[in-house]
Design a protein around this ligand. Sequence first.
Ligand SMILES: C[S@@+](CC[C@H](N)C(=O)[O-])C[C@H]1O[C@@H](n2cnc3c(N)ncnc32)[C@H](O)[C@@H]1O
Length: 259
Amino acid sequence: MDRLLPPGIVQATEKLLVASGAVGARALRWSRSKRMVSVYEAFDWMLPGQFEAFAQRKAFCERQAREGIGNNASQIIVLGAGYDTMGWRLAPEFPGVNFFEIDHPATARFKERGIEAMGQRGNLILIAEDLGERKLEDILKTNELWDQTARTVIVAEGLVMYLPPEAVGDLFCQCAVIAGDGSRIAFSYIPSGADGRPDVGRWTGLMLWLQKVLGEPWIWSIRPEELGLFLKKTGWTNTPALAGTTLKHGVEFYAVATK
Ligand SMILES: C[S@@+](CC[C@H](N)C(=O)[O-])C[C@H]1O[C@@H](n2cnc3c(N)ncnc32)[C@H](O)[C@@H]1O
């Protein structure tokens, strides 16, 4: 993973998890133990390649943010940011760019505490909102730092599979409204199988059940060949040329669309 992960991400994430109170220092040490490595290996056996894919996903999103900034984007927004540290790490490097994050209040509250302890950034704005409850457009309308006409990079990493289908379509439509021309949206998604359900291979049934039991069911998926039309209907143009050479890592697909 060291080969793939952006520099500093491991240290920053460890700091954030402990400082936010999400994970204790002991649990963090335990997560590196041989026993836990076997658990990750077992996980990889159920979802082939997915463990390394988490690193690929992080690298993909950061590449999109950096490329977008290189292409004159002046704001970045990470939807369903969780304990992602990209904004915190990149904010000092790009003082002219505003970094926004939105997450469900249940997670955002912990993260806010962690970021406070690690040192706030003047150009990192954390927003605690349930995207299923309030429209992105309405959330950002009241934020005076948000510029609806600015070239923007929107990142939705590991998010859309948890939202109902109507909410996903609506979210992409709203993303097209809140960002200026030349913006891009980078996201990961789970492909649909022949039965229309998320398809993660041989252990799909078990994984769908596990996610449900864990309280985070996978709801939305799409066939990769249908993505272009879906994006077009929501105001975006599928732009695989920007996504890189490999569009699938582990069980997830990666995509980039432009406006
Ligand atoms: C699997 S995590 C991914 C976190 C991060 N994007 C990453 O890949 O490291 C999914 C995230 O989406 C957030 N999320 C799920 N449903 C949401 C909603 N309705 N509104 C806001 N955030 C939501 C969760 O709180 C969680 O942080």
